[in-house]
Design a protein around this ligand. Structure first.
Ligand code: NAP
Length: 322
C-alpha cells in the first residue's frame, strides 16, 4: 500500500508556490504551506491534501518544527527588492542556510529550490542575482553531504496572478499617450508557470536531477519593449512605448525606488543589464503570445464590455471589434 508522503512548501502561498501546491497535492503529496498571512491564501484550503499554517519561517526554531515529519522540502522564498538593507542576504542566503540545517536535523533528504536565471555569486549583475547565486552555491555544497538537491533558474514567469504581465497590463490600461519604458532592449524568455511547476514536480523523484541546476525558459525570446507592445496591441490600448536610453532608465529607477510600492529599483535596473535567456537546455512549450491573447477576457476594455452588455440585452450577437 502507498503511504502518503509529506512535503514542506516554503513560499507555497506565492504566485509560483500556489500552482505548485495544487500540482503536488493532486499527485498525492500531503503539502504543508506556511505563510505569514494565511487568511490571504485560504483558496489553498479547497484541496484536502494542502495544510495552510501561520508561521514565520525566518525564525529558525519555527522552521525546524515545520520540517519534522516531512520527507521533502521545496523552497520558493525570494524577494525582488530590499525593504531594509541586507534583506537579500537575510531572505536568500541566511534563509537557505537555515533551511539546510533544519532539513538535516529533521532527516529530510530531498530539497528543491527555485533560484533565478542569471543567478551567479561572482558575476551576477545585481545584488538580487548575486545573493540568489550564493544561496544556490551553498545549497549544492550541502547537497553533497547527505541532502539531494536540485535547483531551477527560471527566466521571468507568467501566468494567472503573476506580477509581470498583470502588472504591466494593469498600468497600461489606465494610461494614454507615451509610456516611458526603462531597459526596452533587455531580452527575456518568459516561461509559463504551469510548465515550470510541471518540471519541478517531475524532478522530485527523479534521481537524475539530483545535484543539477536547471535553467528554465519559454520558447520565444522577446525584448521588454516587444512584450509591452504585445500587451498594448492585444488590449487595443491607446498607448505608445517611449523607449528610454541608459541614463533615463537609471533616472527612472532612482525616482521609482523611492516611491511607495518600489515599482522599479536600481537593483532591478542592474538585473535587466543581463539578458534573461537560456543558452542551453530544453525550452518549455507554452508561448507568451498564446497567453496574452487571453488577456482581453481578464482586462477587456470597458467600451467592449459595455457594448457586449448592450448587444446582449437587445438579443443581438456582439460583433468582433475591428
Ligand atoms: N515570478 C517570477 O517571474 C520569477 C522569476 C525567476 C525566479 N523567481 C523566483 O521564484 C520564487 C517564487 O517567486 P514568486 O513570484 O512565486 O514569489 P511571490 O509570489 O512573491 O511569493 C513569495 C513567497 O515567499 C514567502 N515569504 C515568506 N517570508 C517572506 C518574506 N520575509 N518576504 C517575502 N516573502 C516571504 C511568501 O509567503 P507569505 O507572504 O504568505 O508569508 C510567498 O509565499 C522566488 O524565489 C523568486 O525569486 C520568480
Amino acid at each position: 500500500m502507498n503511504r502518503q508522503r509529506n512535503l514542506l512548501l516554503l513560499g507555497g502561498s506565492g504566485f509560483i508556490g500556489t500552482q505548485l501546491a495544487f500540482t503536488l497535492a493532486n499527485r498525492g503529496w500531503r503539502v504543508t504551506v506556511p505563510s505569514r498571512r494565511p487568511h490571504r491564501h485560504r483558496a489553498l484550503l479547497v484541496h484536502p491534501n494542502i495544510r495552510l499554517l501561520e508561521a514565520n519561517i525566518v525564525d529558525p526554531a519555527g522552521l525546524k518544527a515545520l520540517c519534522v515529519g516531512q520527507q521533502a522540502a521545496i523552497n520558493l522564498v525570494g524577494i525582488l527588492h530590499e525593504r531594509r538593507k541586507g534583506d537579500f542576504r537575510r531572505y536568500h542566503v541566511d534563509f537557505i542556510k537555515s533551511v539546510v540545517e533544519s532539513c538535516g536535523e529533521a532527516g529530510i533528504r530531498r530539497l528543491l529550490h527555485v533560484s533565478a536565471l542569471g543567478a551567479d555569486q561572482a558575476t551576477g549583475s545585481s545584488l538580487y542575482l548575486r545573493s540568489k547565486g550564493e544561496a544556490e552555491n551553498l545549497l549544492h555544497t550541502f547537497g553533497q553531504r547527505g541532502l539531494d538537491v536540485t535547483s531551477f533558474q527560471p527566466s521571468v514567469v507568467f501566468g494567472k496572478d503573476d506580477d509581470f504581465i498583470n502588472r504591466f497590463a494593469g498600468i497600461l490600461r489606465w494610461y494614454a499617450g507615451y509610456f516611458p519604458l526603462a531597459c526596452p532592449d533587455s531580452k527575456l524568455a518568459p516561461v509559463y508557470v504551469g510548465d515550470l511547476v510541471a518540471k519541478i514536480a517531475a524532478s522530485i523523484d527523479d534521481r537524475d536531477s539530483y545535484s543539477k541546476r536547471y535553467t528554465v525558459c519559454g520558447p520565444e525570446v522577446f525584448t521588454l519593449q516587444q512584450i509591452l507592445e504585445l500587451i498594448i496591441t492585444t488590449l487595443k490600448l491607446p498607448v505608445r512605448i517611449m523607449p528610454l536610453g541608459k541614463g533615463m532608465s537609471r533616472l527612472q529607477a532612482l525616482v521609482l525606488q523611492n516611491l511607495p510600492g518600489k515599482l522599479f529599483t536600481m537593483d532591478n535596473y542592474r538585473s535587466l543589464q543581463t539578458d534573461n535567456i537560456c543558452m542551453d537546455g530544453d525550452l518549455c512549450e507554452t508561448s507568451l503570445r498564446q497567453y496574452v491573447n487571453g488577456l482581453p477576457a481578464m482586462f477587456g476594455n470597458k467600451r467592449n464590455y459595455d457594448r457586449f452588455r448592450k448587444d446582449y440585452a437587445q438579443g443581438g450577437i456582439p460583433e468582433e471589434d475591428s
